[in-house]
Design a binder for this molecule. Structure first.
Ligand SMILES: Cc1ncc(C[n+]2csc(CCOP(=O)(O)OP(=O)(O)O)c2C)c(N)n1
Length: 251
């Protein structure tokens, strides 16, 4: 399995603008490798929205659309359906943050899953609104300090965080839902496997497929990349289990 070489669907003349040590770099590279391996480059349309994912078009050498904040799944739905109506089967996936997918875009996301839209959504869960400076997001865990929860998230004031992969799995129109992480090689290899499965679901026409990538945010967590990965391994993956929650191809 190819892990370290540069995929041909990564633009050669650009460099990542993510913060040093951020898992976005690994996630984008894995997606690009899979696009290469599945020979999808010419039929892919990627939808990225507001947040750290917004500059995807700078790195990924496929057709990209930048959607308004939270509307990635809605835009993906329109793109997929419009091409299909014109006799073209395009490969359409979203690449979005957890605030995008599960807060401002929760309705668009879950209704796409409920409708069984034949698209794939990739959600980078870094437990905060990363790009705007580390505010509390829908996935911020209890006790977590953010710029808008300086005393830590508490149930009475902020409510509970959302577990997106579990929610998507409950939607009857979803075909595949998994949570993966990128804190070590074993998990990176598993992440690649699950993203590939999600893509295969769409190619086979099975309906909505989803991968939540539990990711770090060294800048806003105020941790070194190494310590941020330890936090995912030792704390966050206990709250957000790394698991395949639904895979209708295995049923
Ligand atoms: C309608 C709208 N509301 C708010 C914003 C401001 N905004 C831009 S990015 C962002 C947070 C993104 O957080 P998340 O989706 O979790 O992605 P991350 O940056 O953490 O990858 C917000 C609130 C916006 N661009 N559009």
């Amino acid at each position: 399995m190819q892990i370290f070489s540069t995929p041909k669907s990564i633009k050669k003349d650009s460099s990542f603008s993510f913060c040093p040590g951020c898992d976005h770099g690994i996630a984008v590279k894995l997606v690009a490798q899979i696009i290469d391996e599945m020979n999808l480059q010419d039929k892919t349309i990627a939808i990225a929205s507001s947040g750290c994912s917004v500059t995807l078009y700078n790195f990924l050498d496929v057709d990209c659309i930048e959607s308004p904040h939270g509307r990635a799944c809605a835009v993906a739905t329109g793109v997929k359906r419009a091409h299909k109506a014109n006799g073209k089967e395009m490969f359409v996936f979203t690449y979005q943050g957890d605030g995008d997918f599960a807060s401002i875009g929760l309705s668009e996301s879950l209704h796409s899953a409920l409708r069984g839209e034949n698209i794939t959504a990739i959600c980078i869960n870094n437990t905060n609104y990363g790009m705007t400076g580390g505010q509390l997001g829908p996935t911020t865990v209890l006790g977590q300090i953010t710029t808008t929860s300086p005393m830590g998230r508490n149930i009475e004031y902020h409510g509970f965080p959302i577990k997106t992969a579990e929610h998507v799995a409950l939607c009857e129109g979803s075909a595949f839902s998994a949570r993966v992480a990128l804190y070590d090689i074993k998990n990176i290899i598993n992440a690649k496997k699950q993203i590939k499965k999600a893509f295969e679901c769409q190619l086979k026409g099975y309906g909505f497929s989803f991968v939540e990538i539990l990711s770090n945010c060294p800048t806003n967590w105020k941790l070194s990349p190494l310590d941020s990965h330890k936090k995912i391994e030792n704390e966050l993956s206990k709250i957000y289990p790394i698991k395949v929650f639904k895979d209708i191809t295995n049923d």
